[in-house]
Each structure stands twice: as C-alpha cells, then as structure tokens.
Design a protein around this ligand. Structure first.
Ligand SMILES: [Zn+2]
Length: 323
C-alpha cells in the first residue's frame, strides 16, 4: 500500500497525509482521546459531533456540502460505507485519476482548514474550499509534479491590467457576526501604480459574503467617481462572481447590495469584468480590509499614504513571479 501511495503524482506533503490517514494517526480529537489525552472531542469544524476521521472528512456538514459541490457525492457515500481508514484509502487509490486527485486534495485542504480553525482563524466556506481544490487539482493534473521539490502551493500572483483598464481588487475581513467587519479595495493601473486605496468598517456584518459585496460596491463607486471607463474587478470570493453573473443569490440577504453592484456596473462603464482569483492575488486588499475593521465609522475611506507594510505588498505584487 505504501508503494502505491508513494507512486501517486502528488506533492510529498500530501502523500504523507494519505499515509497518516491509512494508519488512522491523523490527530483528530477522537484519536487523541483514545490515546488518553483528556480533551473535548467535539468536531473542530462544526462543534457538534464527536470528531473522528469518518465524521471530519465524510460527514461533517460543510464537508458534505463540499463533496456535493465537486459532484463527488457518490464517492463520498462509497467512502462512508467503508469500515476502516485502510479501506477508505483503498477505495481512494482505485479511483479514476481526476476524481482521485480532487478527493484527496479536498480532504487534505479540509484538514489544513480545520487546523487553522483550531488556531482561531476563520474557516473557509464550502464554496471557497471547493474553488481552491479545483484550482490546485487542475494544476496538478495539468502539469504533474516535478520531483519531490515541487513547491506545494504554486503562488499565483496579482497581474497588471491591460493598458487602458484599471483593476480594482476588493476584499472583506470578517471575524464573527458580533464583531465589526471590514471592507477594502485598491485600484491600480497597467503599470501597477496605486490610483486609490479605500477601506472601512461594517458595524453589523452578518457574514463574509455581505462584506465582500460591500467592498465591490465601494470600489466600483470610487471608480465611477473618478470617471474610469474600463474596469476589472477582482475578488477572492467565487460567490461574488456567481452573484454577478447569475440570479443565484438574488433572493439572499445580500440581494439589495448585489442589485446595487449590478446596476453600477451595467449603467456606468464602457467595459467591465468581475473575476475571482486565488487569495494570493488579492493580498493587498486583504490587508487593507483588516485595517478597515478597526476604522471609525465616520472615517474617510481613502487611505492617504499607504503604510509601509502595504507598500511592501504592492511592490511584491510587481516583483517577478515565484513559481
Ligand atoms: Zn463536524
């Protein structure tokens, strides 16, 4: 079995993960508890059910949603029917390559996410997780893995817009519905110069999606104020792109903001595009959004004189890509 795992065309870190799954030595709370560690064994992600491998990777609510979004419900069901971790991996190894890679990466990313949540970070929504899985899986399927030194996370970087267009990167910061959230945007031209950077606080923010749409509305309004004709809006939330290009979220709580954004775009620009990009392409906006959370409500949205840490990030976006 180990040889078959080792032959998977995946980065070593992920193969080690699969190996730990086979031996059921992933440090889920249920396993720690079995080894005598006195801890609360509720699932880190949903906090409702005893956390063992079967629950965390196959039955936990958000994970079920993620399997379904990837059209892998049947695979998930087949894995649920297995009685041991060893059998689960046996099924994984027997799958068609594309399905196999997606399934393994989903489990691995979910585990990574779970550990971040345990450290107090915000977990990714199922849609965000699935987006990351699809990107990473397609890169692996496309390029293969070149030796064991392959960089695990190929860093996608921010790209300059075409000449004549301006790019608006938007992002949100969200901690919980009981804490203020933040929105931000940064507008840059085709040589990467910053035209405008804005951020602000949202006192009562129900969820990250709201904050993300709010960020886009603010960025697009500013572009309009400045008389820009051709814009590209970038966000790291796939849901925003879906909200703009479909009616999927028109009945959601964020409906009025979505309608406002659609109208702003349709009525005022010669050309526009809304793209979803990996987080690594949106890091400046991400940092600004966190600054937004601690703003006063009445603060001027413009960030005049970017702080050094943000300037470093802007410069890094323009540096040669690290692949
Ligand atoms: Zn759970």
């Amino acid at each position: 079995m180990w040889r078959r795992i080792w032959n998977l065309k995946l980065p070593n870190k992920i193969k080690h993960f699969v190996w730990r799954v086979v031996h059921n030595i992933i440090a889920v709370r249920g396993n720690l508890w079995r080894r005598g560690v006195d801890i609360n064994t509720n699932c880190v992600q949903c906090n409702r059910v005893h956390e063992d491998g079967g629950h965390l990777f196959l039955k936990c609510k958000h994970m079920r949603e993620a399997w379904a979004l990837l059209n892998l419900e049947q695979i998930c069901q087949k894995l649920v029917e297995q009685t041991t971790a060893h059998d689960v991996v046996k099924v994984l190894l027997s799958l068609d390559r594309k399905v196999q890679i997606q399934s393994i990466i989903l489990m691995w990313m979910w585990w990574d996410d779970r550990n971040k949540v345990r450290e107090g970070e915000r977990g990714r929504l199922a849609t965000e997780l699935v987006f990351a899985v699809q990107i990473f899986a397609s890169e692996i399927l496309k390029e293969g893995v070149h030796g064991s030194r392959m960089q695990l996370r190929r860093i996608d970087k921010w790209k300059k817009p075409e000449e004549g267009k301006l790019k608006i990167n938007c992002d949100d910061a969200f901690y919980s519905e009981h804490k203020p959230g933040g929105w931000s945007f940064i507008i840059r031209d085709h040589v990467g110069d910053v035209i405008y950077a804005g951020r602000g606080v949202i006192q009562h923010c129900p969820d990250p999606f709201h904050a993300e749409i709010k960020a886009c509305v603010q960025g697009v309004k500013q572009a309009l104020n400045m008389g820009m004709g051709h814009i590209v809006v970038e966000t790291d939330a796939e849901m925003v792109k879906q909200a703009i290009s479909s009616y999927t979220y028109d009945a959601s709580d964020a409906a009025s903001l979505i309608a406002e954004l659609k109208d702003l775009l349709d009525d005022n620009f010669l050309s526009w595009d809304v793209k979803s990009v990996p987080r690594s392409c949106n890091s400046v906006a991400d940092a600004l959004a966190h600054a937004g959370c601690v703003c006063a409500s009445e603060a001027d949205p413009e960030v005049v004189g970017l702080p050094d840490c943000i300037q470093v990030m802007v410069a890094s976006d323009l540096a040669a890509p690290t692949v």
